[in-house]
Design a protein around this ligand. Structure first.
Ligand code: C2E
Ligand code: MG
Ligand code: MG
Ligand code: MG
Length: 280
């Protein structure tokens, strides 16, 4: 499209890029103090056993910006990585998520997303150990979600780190599976407990004839490798029905709940404990 419309389009594109860069600089400046000012908050989205019952919650970060309003992680996590603020943010997220989860009925778990950059750092095991010790949360109730980008680095040190973390008793999940360039070889080599299948696959169900067989193959492969499977982005009862029939272990998505503030977790647990009446 840009090619056809010539130089004018290029200039607009340049301006848009300049504006985006400007916005990003603004975000970066604001982000530096956001943690101290208490502008970052965690929301929780339930993860359910496919057969029913809540398995735990995923912690999802939100930034309540004083002027811009709600800023989503896709927008500010990359900025935090760029300005070197991600380690402090991830440490806060870990600590806060563990503290919140310690107040939930056991054995409900909490899943925390880790930035790929974070795994390169030296002190992750210390940060995790400190969060667990400070909050009294059992390691078995903490799950760390890493992305394919990490696995792709195929780094011996990261593998050792993951082994160490699992040795502490917590679980490691591979997030957004299928969006990157994951090779089956990585799956076999990496010390993982769980595969979170990207919502793109789930949302293709009913739209693309290859979606179901691909999902089925991923689930079977994961189970063969001894991995628990979670399907992300489940929005309809029809998707849930198909996923159950395919043998997926856990499900997560708007069908059950949007991510909600920590204070709403008890009410959510109560609502989800009632026999699920599914809206089709
Ligand atoms: P993710 O870990 O894959 O999280 C799932 C995302 O899908 C969340 O977006 C969630 O709100 C959204 N989602 C859940 N169910 C549905 C559904 O049924 N339909 C649709 N369309 N979307 C659904 P969110 O909260 O915007 O987070 C985006 C990404 O930002 C996360 O993807 C994760 O990679 C990253 N992130 C979130 N919180 C943190 C954090 O504390 N630390 C780090 N490093 N990354 C985070
Ligand atoms: Mg995640
Ligand atoms: Mg995900
Ligand atoms: Mg995602």
């Amino acid at each position: 499209e840009a090619k056809d419309s010539g130089r004018g389009t290029c200039r607009v594109f340049d301006r848009e890029m300049a504006e985006r860069l400007q916005a990003r600089r603004g975000l970066a400046a604001d982000l530096r103090g956001a943690l101290q000012r208490g502008e970052l908050v965690l929301c929780y989205q339930p993860i359910l056993h496919a057969a029913g019952g809540v398995a735990g919650f995923e912690a999802l970060l939100r930034w309540h910006h004083p002027h811009r309003g709600l800023v989503m992680p896709a927008e500010f996590i990359p900025v935090a990585e760029e300005i070197g603020a991600i380690a402090a943010i991830d440490a806060w997220v870990l600590r806060t998520a563990c503290a919140d989860a310690a107040g939930w009925p056991s054995p409900l778990r909490v899943a925390v997303n880790l930035s790929p950059a974070r795994l390169e750092g030296r002190d992750l095991t210390c940060t995790v150990a400190e969060a667990l010790a400070a909050t009294g949360l059992a390691a078995s109730r903490l799950e760390l979600e890493i992305t394919e980008a990490v696995v792709l680095r195929d780094n011996q040190r990261i593998m050792a780190l993951l082994r160490e973390l699992r040795g502490m008793g917590l679980r490691v999940a591979l997030d957004d599976f299928g969006t990157g360039y994951s090779s089956l070889a990585y799956l076999r080599r990496f010390p993982l407990d769980k595969l979170k299948i990207d919502r793109g696959f789930v949302q293709d169900l009913g739209h693309s004839p290859t979606a179901a067989p691909i999902l089925r193959a991923i689930i079977e492969l994961a189970h063969t490798l001894g991995l628990v499977t979670t399907a992300e982005g489940v929005e309809t009862a029809a998707q849930l029905g198909l996923l159950r029939e395919m043998g997926v272990a856990e499900v997560q998505g708007y069908l059950f709940s949007q991510p909600c503030p920590a204070a709403e977790v008890p009410a959510l647990l109560e609502a989800l404990a009632r026999p699920v009446k599914l809206r089709a």
